[in-house]
Design a protein around this ligand. Structure first.
Ligand code: ADP
Length: 252
């Protein structure tokens, strides 16, 4: 029960009572399903991947042949499936408060370069990534694997949502309190009023969701990772001009 004031005197009292028991139960069941399904899918997939790697090696012993190129292609798809399932597992870890961050003093510049290298290798040099700014040689408390995951996510999105421009800029900016890393693309952009929502679980911008594949969980995971580093995450974007996604990390 809460009072509604009219100046200093109480005008009336209001209260609500809604039974949301069923709704809560459905939510819990959905989270449980996600957790079990992603775990169970991961095990056989890991074994498929191992056998296919063996097969690829065997086929490649006798020079390049059609069979080995089919296996290479199939392996690339297995890798995609693996990263989809890993993302689903991460979501269920967040739901259960089990996504753990292991902060250690590390060189952010190396983490950024590793992420860029991974992207260049998996995109056959089709993308052009330029770096702006400079990070002094210093160590920052961070989880290298998770921060690299955030950067790879930003970069993958920058490529995916820029079908007619292959340029990307990665900028860094350091002041006495924090470091800011941003990834700029010149792609389709995001309407103003939808920009906050992109960090929500399973959210995808409707206008572009048919043209581009995705589950709408990458940025949700990124936002959890950055929050656990006590940093901030955000974007600025103009439709048909491009987007800049950034995160900041405290230096101490
Ligand atoms: P996914 O890409 O799998 O849908 P994300 O969580 O990574 O999931 O992104 C959520 C949504 O935000 C995307 O569906 C897309 O609508 C929008 N988005 C993300 N990055 C960009 C970008 N660089 N340019 C335009 N839209 C983007």
């Amino acid at each position: 029960m809460s009072p509604v004031f009219d100046g200093k005197s109480i005008k009336n009292w209001v209260g609500t009572f809604t039974d949301i028991d069923d709704q809560k139960k459905v939510e819990i069941e959905k989270d449980e399903f996600l957790s079990i399904a992603s775990h169970e899918l991961k095990t056989p997939l890991t074994s498929i991947k191992a056998y296919m790697q063996l097969l690829e090696r065997k086929l490649k012993i006798n020079e390049e042949n059609a069979e080995s190129s089919y296996v290479t292609k199939a392996l690339a798809q297995v890798e995609k499936l693996n990263s989809l399932i890993t993302d689903l597992l991460d979501v269920s870890k967040i739901d259960n408060g089990k996504l753990k961050i292991n902060k250690k003093r590390a060189n952010l510049d190396n983490v950024i370069n590793n992420a860029i290298d991974t992207i260049i290798q998996t995109h056959d040099n089709k993308v052009k990534i330029t770096r702006h700014g400079f990070i002094p040689d210093m160590l920052i408390p961070l989880d290298e694997i998770r921060i690299e995951q955030v950067l790879i996510n930003f970069l993958t999105n920058a490529i995916k949502y820029s079908p007619s421009n292959n340029q990307i800029i990665v900028s860094t900016f350091v002041d006495e309190n924090e470091v800011k890393v941003s990834v700029t693309d010149f792609g389709i952009g995001i309407p103003d009023f939808k920009q906050d929502a992109v960090f929500k679980k399973f959210y995808r911008v409707e206008e572009s969701s048919l043209q581009f594949q995705g589950m709408g969980i990458g940025l949700y995971i990124c936002s959890e990772i950055i929050q656990q580093h006590d940093g901030t995450i955000g974007l600025s974007s103009v439709v048909d001009e491009g987007s800049t996604f950034y995160f900041t990390l405290p230096l101490n």
